[in-house]
Design a protein around this ligand. Structure first.
Ligand code: KIV
Length: 278
């Protein structure tokens, strides 16, 4: 656990020395809890769309929604390295557009870095954002924003050609100036090879134990998102049933007149009958 806020160069220095922990956060309450639990890096992922906003995919998420939630996380977690995830079409149109959108995460939400999905096709825009002074995290393998093109939410890099392409993409993104790379849903052997072949840290999500760090969607880790549980997710608790039971107990107590009881009500010394007598 670190007492000080880590910077992108600190994260690079952790490679080979200490595993990196990254978790998603979408609001101030979780930001506060995750910061006090000592998570190294917080990611305001565009998984926001499915986990919190109820969309079917990450595609509809807008820049304004990301900024709104990233600002809230920053208020809850002022001392943790915070990454804003660039939503679909916020960086594909032109480098100028990408720089302006990345800049919003820094200027309006107080983020320390941005993340964007893609391989060689985003190396140019990665370089442009880095050259404008903003640290970038890459994201290859399963890239949910363009999952349709990949044939769905599937493990990537399972054959020799696509495994080799992932390595080329990882090296390209490192060369373009990314300081860190998320590897999503790729075989652990491929993730190991990539991790050893580049000098920047790899952060796995379904990428096996050899990555330099691990990221999970916090609601998955806590068992709060029941719609779909990817097989690589380890649920450290299952809060959804606990929440539903607690809410059902509250409802029953209210209906039965058992809540609020005396311990949860305010009394006073004066006799209300005296106060309100006509
Ligand atoms: O959107 C997201 O939460 C991500 C992850 C890496 C989990 O991109």
């Amino acid at each position: 656990m670190h007492n000080m806020k880590l910077s992108p160069p600190d994260i690079v220095r952790m490679k080979g020395n200490e595993k990196i922990t990254m978790l998603t956060a979408y609001d101030a309450a979780f930001g506060r809890m995750l910061e006090s639990a000592g998570v190294d890096v917080l990611l305001v992922g565009d998984s926001l769309g499915m986990v919190v906003l109820g969309y079917e995919s990450t595609v509809p998420v807008t820049m304004d929604e990301m900024i709104h939630h990233a600002s809230a996380v920053r208020r809850g977690a002022p001392n943790t390295l915070l990454i804003g995830d660039m939503p679909f079409l916020s960086y594909q149109i032109s480098p100028a557009d990408a720089i302006l959108n990345a800049g919003r995460f820094f200027k309006e939400a107080g983020c320390d870095a941005v993340k964007l999905e893609g391989g060689l096709e985003v190396c140019g825009v990665t370089r442009a954002i880095v050259d404008a002074g903003m640290p970038v995290v890459g994201h290859i393998g399963l890239t949910p924003q363009t999952a349709g093109k990949l044939g769905g939410l599937k493990v990537q890099g399972k054959d020799a050609e696509s495994a080799r392409r992932l390595l080329v993409e990882a090296k390209g993104l490192e060369e373009a100036g990314a300081f860190c790379l998320v590897l999503e849903c790729i075989p652990d052997g491929v993730a190991k090879h990539i991790t050893e072949a580049i000098a920047i840290p790899t952060i796995g999500i379904g990428g096996g134990v050899h990555c330099d760090g691990q990221v999970l969607v916090t609601h998955d880790l806590l068992g709060m998102f029941e719609k779909f549980i990817p097989s690589f997710v380890k649920q450290y608790t299952t809060l959804a049933p606990d929440i539903k039971n607690a809410v059902a107990d509250f409802g029953k107590d209210v209906k039965d007149g058992l809540y609020p009881d005396e311990a949860h009500s305010f009394s006073m010394k004066l006799d209300p009958q005296e106060i309100f007598k006509e």
